[in-house]
Design a protein around this ligand. Structure first.
Ligand code: HEC
Ligand code: HEC
Length: 486
């Protein structure tokens, strides 16, 4: 067992001199397949299996913590139900909601599946806002619908569609249905090779609470993968800030900014790290927001129901409050956060080592590593020793970058502008499809392949994308083989 062990000892040995001090990678990011890079999650790394998953427990998660892990998994996987039920531990769904469980969007810990052309969105969310900003909430939301559309309601009409036969009307209307249409366009490489790209067009139907103001801004967001969340939580803030260059002083065309968000637990401003626009300060806030916003489960951080002031039926309930006054108790909430914190990272695959080696050189040559920063040493963490001082390879600087107009959602989120997104971690990216069938990359899931994702890069990443398109087809192929091996 523990096939990762020998390699792990090697990591410490090989990497110690360069990265122990600050977690900053060596100046050249080319690793030539050094042992540590094959174990991207350090000692948490989970060996490759034919059915990979992004929600497996960290390999080094102590045995005695595993039963709690599986209890957390049950909370994330089993559907929540409407209140009241005989047990109060799993009721309180909605009244308005998007999904009944965390893992129905993040299936196997992976990314969401995007709908076929003209079909309803099921595993992502549609965020809403008006112009203006708000230091605490990150934006100004729609007065009737709030900060995102809830596609479902606990009303019987939606729960048991057969009850709708006689034209029965819902008392508690869902907010709306979201249909996604894909618009295709062609991209030609300088060498003549062509590839089709698609972008989403959003159609909103069956609006239950009146029309939007004309100035509404919509942002489609696909559920991102959850591997290695606890390791990313343990990247030192100083290490992230070292990479930031908000005024682009080194004039390389790449800035990189830290978002400033709100820590709802301690009621103070805090740098953002999670969420597609680095719009959540930490895992606790991210998960509390998901419980409330996506599932309608009130919790110790967000104790309100997911209803706006104008949604009277929603306000009236039913709600599934427990003795503490929330729909999930502090104990179960902490168990859920610890569960997400302890996901490992799958080991790298090296099926074409020569291509991987060259591909990595091209990756650095065209400047992908300027944002997709390869490596860190995580902070010392006595509370979670298995996440402590691990050499990890997530390939992200966790900073915001202006990605150009085509990727813009026109919607600011705390200090992030419409054009800015957090650099997506690339670890595990090549396993996406095997994990749950989805290879819907980028924030809105528009890219069907890694190649398409690269071709949408613009703004600060424009020169990197251009350099990629100028590689020869076989060089591009090597670069893609490398990215898929991560
Ligand atoms: C309706 C689908 C949906 C459900 C249900 C859902 N999520 Fe998410 N999740 C998302 C989307 C979309 C994002 C990106 C949000 C953003 O940045 O605006 C996200 C982001 C996250 C992130 C941050 C990932 C990162 O890379 O920063 C974590 C962690 C997470 N979700 C955990 C959970 C947990 C735990 C639950 C259950 C309590 C849950 N999610 C329920 C769709 C969902
Ligand atoms: C200026 C910074 C920057 C550079 C340079 C850059 N990227 Fe990215 N990359 C990002 C950001 C930000 C995102 C997220 C964009 C979004 O979600 O819309 C991203 C997303 C991706 C994704 C999608 C991952 C996912 O999970 O959805 C892939 C793949 C990717 N980049 C690969 C590359 C490669 C390969 C290169 C070099 C050719 C590169 N990137 C250069 C910032 C950058």
């Amino acid at each position: 067992m523990m096939s990762s062990r020998p390699a792990v000892c090697l990591i410490a040995f090989l990497c110690a001199p360069v990265c122990r001090k600050s977690g900053v990678p060596p100046p050249s990011s080319v690793t030539h397949g050094a042992a540590s890079v094959l174990q991207p999650g350090g000692e948490t790394t989970v060996p490759y299996t034919l059915k990979p998953s992004f929600s497996k427990p960290a390999m080094n998660l102590p045995h005695e913590q595993r039963s709690l892990f599986y209890a957390g998994q049950a909370l994330a996987k089993q559907p929540w139900v409407r209140a009241p039920t005989t047990t109060d531990t799993r009721d309180g769904l909605g009244p308005l909601y998007n999904a009944r469980s965390c893992l129905s969007c993040h299936k196997n810990g992976g990314r969401g599946v995007m709908p076929k052309n003209g079909s309803p969105l099921t595993q992502g969310v549609l965020r809403l806002s008006l112009s203006g900003s708000d230091a605490k909430w990150g934006g100004v939301f729609d007065p009737n619908y709030g900060d995102q559309i809830q596609r479902n309601s606990i009303d019987l009409v939606y729960q048991i569609p057969a009850t709708n036969i006689g034209g029965m009307k819902a008392r508690l209307k869902r907010e709306a249905e979201i249909l996604i249409y894909w618009e295709e366009s062609n991209f030609s490489y300088p060498d003549g090779q062509k590839i089709s790209l698609r972008r989403p067009r959003i159609e909103i139907r069956d609006m239950g609470y009146g029309p939007f103001p004309k100035t509404i801004r919509l942002s489609l967001r696909n559920a991102p993968p959850l591997l290695g969340m606890g390791l990313l939580a343990n990247v030192r803030q100083e290490d992230i800030e070292t990479g930031a260059d908000p005024k682009d002083r080194d004039r390389d065309g790449i800035s990189g900014r830290v978002n400033t968000t709100w820590d709802f637990e301690h009621e103070r401003a805090a740098p953002g790290r999670f969420g597609l626009k680095a719009n959540r300060a930490n895992l606790t806030i991210q998960i509390a927001a998901a419980l409330q916003g996506d599932m309608g489960i009130s919790n110790p951080i967000f104790s309100a129901q997911p209803c706006t002031e104008t949604q009277n039926e929603c306000q009236r309930g039913p709600h599934g409050l427990d003795k503490e006054g929330y729909e999930i108790s502090l104990t179960l909430f902490s168990m859920l956060v610890d569960y997400v914190r302890s996901f490992g990272v799958p080991a790298r695959r090296q099926s074409r080592p020569e291509a991987v080696k060259h591909g990595e050189e091209y990756f650095v040559e065209v400047g992908c590593d300027r944002c997709h920063r390869p490596s860190y040493l995580t902070r010392t963490d006595s509370e979670h020793p298995y996440l402590s001082e691990q050499t990890i390879w997530p390939y992200t600087d966790l900073l915001l970058h202006d990605m150009g107009q085509s990727l813009s959602d026109g919607r600011s989120d705390y200090e992030a502008t419409g054009r800015e997104w957090r650099t997506a971690p690339l670890w595990g990216v090549g396993l996406s499809k095997q994990v749950n069938g989805s290879s819907a990359f980028l924030h809105d899931g528009r890219a069907r392949t890694i190649e398409e994702a690269i071709l949408w890069h613009d703004g600060e990443a424009a020169s990197s994308r251009r350099a990629f398109t100028q590689l020869s087809p076989s060089e591009r192929d090597d670069l893609l083989v490398f990215v898929r091996s991560l």
